[in-house]
Design a protein. Sequence first.
Length: 176
Amino acid sequence: MRNLYLFITPVLFSFIFAAPVELLLNPGFEDGVLTPWTTNDWTIDSADPHSGTYCAFVESSRWIMQEFTPADVNKIASITFWCMQPEQALFGVNLFYSPSDYDQEIVNIITPGWVEFDMTYFLRSTGHLQAIKFWGYSGGGGDPDYSFLDDVSIIYDEDLALQSETFASIKAAFVE
Ligand SMILES: [Ca+2]
């Protein structure tokens, strides 16, 4: 009987406490291809990735995005990404909500090297997130308009509901 408990307990714990999961596929471009990211001009690059062997790269104000099964915003624990713009310009970020709405945020780049941004604050307090999209830039100086992207992450946590709903309520009180 004791052996039976030892067998069952880990199974129960794994069921009750579902581990947080990464919503994005190929989030650090380590597949060596962009799929399932879609884009109008970004490519895979391996000259100076933030981590691993690859990152994504573009010159000019082109976009790259990834769509996924719509996820309840109350169960999204974090949205982060790493980017690099040697010319230190700006990065555009879109969050898309089901069925067909989106918000846009601009982040200013103030260092020529890789820098991480946490976009969790930008998440709406209600709805379902279904895609993330990034934009390079054009202009801003005499150097090439290069943008690099790596290690994008959207963490979904089934057990986050209680904390997030509380946070969403506070956020809604200030925003609306
Ligand atoms: Ca990478």
